[in-house]
Design a protein. Structure first.
Length: 578
């Protein structure tokens, strides 16, 4: 049958360095084509299925109507025939199957027609469909096959009343029936009766004790219930997925795609060359930066881009919010955009896996509900079956309770709390980790010394997690000890020197300082804390270390220049522990 979902092979062979279609868009609103199909190919497939469906549905009816297939009883009999004729019964079943197939094909065709109708509607008006409309149709395309299955089973159910209107009375001579097991039977009696009933004997007894109309109608109703439950489950999963992706990745994806696209636009505009990330940053900065300056600003970029795009682009790459960028900052910003792309790609792959496992958990519940509904449709006593399974059910329930609790906690942690993504630097239990993989049950980190660490999500939900990537400008406290007799004027002079240093290095630090924490420990030690504010967070460990080292080395020299005497360090006794 026609499928307008993207081919799995297309995803598997996507280039590692390319930003995949993270918006899950299945229809190209620029080209007017479905993902994985050439122009016109989708129409050819739909036309083929419509022709095939028409032949399968109309030819049997035509043959019967013209008398090519006849029988001793009418096709739509209201009374049970004395004997069954295979030609007539094959015709009946052929029409029955073709009707369900027609329901699927029509739904498929309508889905495609709706998408193309919206595409041509906006194309004739000379504009592209709004993003909200595109997302709505993409979600419809994702659900179309489940809607088609639902339509197919609905048609089968309705057709079963039309083609199988037989009103045979239920025969009392059934070999065995679950109806014989009284609702008041004890669990032991019910289990004993059920243990002596094989699947073969039950099916034989059931087919003997019920009419064809009853069996076909109940079977069609069972398929309809299953397809309806699966459709509802898929709608819920898609709703969770859409909300989750929009909240967790929506803005990041848009910003990253815009930054990379604009970088390439600038490279082409200033040098007619794309190149790799290092080449791009070097060429763009060299061509944009005036000869009398060592930095570029938003106005330099606005020469080659619309003002709105230039403002947005510069705001994305100028994470330190300094208003201008030297070559080192610009190169680091371009490299960060490409690194962000890879982190997003890995994060989305992990989240696809999480949503897939959540889908599997929901499907288990769907099948359980469907099984109970089937028992009810086929008039099986639920109390009897549950009584027979009391012992096993109690054991399963006891085991499943803990599993369900863990699953619920993990789902809430990953989907709703979602404290980190792949590539984030986080602090868990006073240890710095980099997120390597996020799963539904367990998350993988690169811990201290880059050791691979696995931590259960059910445990992480009770931990305090600091996410450096998501943090705004972060501060750092540096502590040193001086002798208590240090005069105040030297402290003031030290503070002035440090403020001047921060002002000079305003691209790395905010020009503000907090010198405090004066605490006298003993007769020869007074503690002073220097609170400095970095421009940016601590996601880039190398950059943070370099900045801290630069400041600490200057602090050492400034203390010496101000004539401040450091307190001698406390005596440390090292012991070898066996």
């Amino acid at each position: 049958m026609t499928s307008i979902a993207p081919h799995k092979k297309d995803k598997e062979h996507s280039k590692i360095g390319e930003l995949r279609d993270m918006t899950s868009q299945r229809f190209d609103w620029h080209e007017g084509t479905f993902s994985g199909y050439k122009r016109g190919q989708i129409w050819t497939m739909i036309f083929f299925h419509i022709v095939l469906c028409t032949v399968l549905l109309l030819v049997p009816i035509f043959l019967y109507d013209k008398g090519f297939i006849t029988g001793s009883y009418p096709l739509f009999a209201s009374e049970p025939p004395a004997t069954y004729e295979w030609k007539l019964e094959m015709l009946r079943w052929a029409i029955f199957a073709a009707s369900g197939y027609a329901g699927f094909v029509v739904t498929d065709a309508l889905a495609v027609l709706c998408v193309y109708g919206a595409f041509y509607f906006y194309s004739l008006r000379g504009k592209e469909a709004p993003q909200k409309v595109q997302r709505g149709f993409d979600q419809m395309i994702f659900l179309y096959k489940y809607v088609a299955y639902f339509t197919e089973t609905l048609v089968l159910l309705l057709t079963s009343f039309w083609l199988f209107p037989l009103t045979l009375d239920e025969q009392a001579q059934a070999l065995f029936s679950l109806g014989e097991i009284k609702a008041g039977s004890t669990a032991g009696e019910a289990a004993e009766k059920l243990s002596g009933l094989s699947i073969t004997n039950y099916l034989k007894a059931y087919s003997t004790g019920h009419s064809l109309q009853f069996i076909v109608n109940r079977a069609a109703a069972s398929l309809f219930v299953l397809s309806a439950l699966i459709l509802v489950e898929k709608v819920i999963i898609q709703r969770i997925s859409t909300t989750f992706y929009k909240r967790a990745f929506g803005r990041r994806l848009e910003d990253n795609k815009f930054a990379l696209k604009t970088t390439k636009r600038l490279a082409v505009a200033v040098a007619q060359d794309h190149g790799d990330e290092k080449t791009q940053s070097k060429i763009i900065f060299k061509r944009l930066c005036p000869s009398h300056r060592e930095t570029i600003s938003m106005s330099d970029i606005a020469v080659h881009l619309p003002t709105a795009d230039a403002e947005r682009y510069f705001g994305l790459i100028d994470t330190e919010a300094t208003g201008d960028m030297n070559y080192e900052q610009f190169e680091r910003a371009i490299a960060r955009s490409y690194s962000e792309r890879e982190d997003l790609r890995m994060s989305l792959l992990d989240q696809d896996n999480v949503i897939g496992k959540l889908d599997q958990l929901f499907l288990v519940f769907v099948w359980a509900v469907a099984a109970l509904s089937w028992l009810m449709l086929f008039q099986v006593s639920l109390r009897t079956v549950l009584a027979a399974l009391t012992g096993i059910g109690g054991l399963v329930l006891a085991v499943a309770t803990g599993t369900m609790k863990t699953a619920f906690e993990s789902i809430v942690f990953v989907i709703f709390t979602h404290p980190f993504d792949v590539g984030d630097q986080v602090i868990i239990g006073n240890e710095v980790h980099y997120v390597k993989e996020l799963g539904l049950w367990t998350s993988t980190f690169l811990g201290p010394q880059y050791r691979v660490t696995y931590i259960a999500n059910s445990k992480l939900r009770n931990e305090m997690i600091i996410n450096n990537r998501r943090s705004p400008f972060q501060s750092e406290r540096i502590k040193f000890n001086v002798v208590p007799s240090t005069p105040n004027d030297k402290i003031v002079a030290l503070e002035a020197k440090l403020c001047a240093f921060l002002q000079k290095n305003s691209k790395d630090f905010l020009p503000k300082l907090n010198l405090g924490g004066f605490t006298i420990i003993n007769h020869d030690t007074m503690t002073i804390n220097v609170h400095i504010f970095h421009r940016g967070n601590f996601q880039d460990e190398e950059l943070r270390t370099r900045r801290t080292r630069t400041f600490v080395l200057y602090l050492r020299d400034a203390i010496s220049e101000c004539g401040i005497t450091l307190s001698p360090p406390e005596e440390v006794i090292l012991r070898h522990l066996k």
